[in-house]
Write a protein that binds this ligand. Structure first.
Ligand code: G16
Ligand code: MG
Length: 222
């Protein structure tokens, strides 16, 4: 039986991708890489330093920046990003997710956060959701990012549940792969073609309810 949920943050609980995009766009301009929607999309779910590497690679600038330069660029990006996320309020929770999280809590499910973002605690605070989760996996303690299972394995440990008692929620293909390899049930939100590896697929956050999850689970079993 399902006893808990492990949530990705960006793209599942809030649309912080637009803020990452704004901040990285500024970094791309600074290093001389052309900013494109494709580049923006490819950074979703990717850690801060790896995202910077991809921006440098996209403009063939990887050899022009030392480790110290990179750390300065990443820190500058993060400061700009933190100014943007400081404006978040509970109105920025993606449609339906506030009521889903609250109804899951009332129904006795335990919930944790499996986000690559080191800013997750601050974001949850601004969204008014900080008290709804048993714990947040600290991405600084991970050896590998998504699609490696490590982050979702840790998210189930935080819940003190076995993998098959947990549903992982994700909007990225790398995240779904991570959930599947962790032995959990994967719930995808987004494009059914991109996220076809998921056990349960929803096109939008508004469709995610305890009832709709149950009915999709029943269909898998039968
Ligand atoms: C998020 C975003 C990524 C971002 C990463 C690290 O992942 O999707 O674009 O680079 O976190 O964020 P930060 O720089 O705040 O540590 P997720 O896993 O919540 O989708
Ligand atoms: Mg995401």
């Amino acid at each position: 039986d399902i006893k808990g949920f492990a949530f990705d943050l960006d793209g599942v609980i809030a649309d912080t991708a637009r803020f990452h995009g704004q901040a990285w766009h500024q970094t791309a301009d600074e290093v001389g890489t052309t900013w494109t929607p494709q580049l923006a999309e490819s950074l979703k779910g990717i850690s801060r330093m790896e995202s910077l590497q991809m921006i440098l690679d996209a403009g063939n600038h990887a050899d022009d920046f030392s480790q110290a330069d990179r750390e300065a660029l990443a820190e500058k990006k993060n400061h700009f990003y933190q100014r943007l996320i400081a404006t978040l309020t509970e109105d920025d929770i993606l449609p339906g997710m506030k009521s889903f999280i609250h109804s899951a809590k009332v129904a006795g499910y335990k919930m944790s956060i499996a986000s690559a973002s080191k800013n997750a605690p601050m974001i949850l605070d601004h969204l008014g959701l900080a008290n709804d989760f048993v714990g947040i996996v600290d991405p600084a303690t991970l050896t590998k990012g998504k699609p490696d299972p490590e982050i979702f394995v840790r998210a189930a440990e935080v819940l003190e549940l076995a993998p098959n008692q947990v549903i992982g929620l994700e909007d990225s293909a790398a995240g779904i792969e991570s959930i599947n390899s962790a032995g959990q049930i994967s719930l995808a939100i987004g494009d059914a073609v991109v996220l076809s590896a998921a056990n349960l697929i929803f096109s939008s956050t508004v469709d995610v309810t305890l009832q709709s999850i149950q009915s999709k689970m029943d269909k898998i079993k039968s």
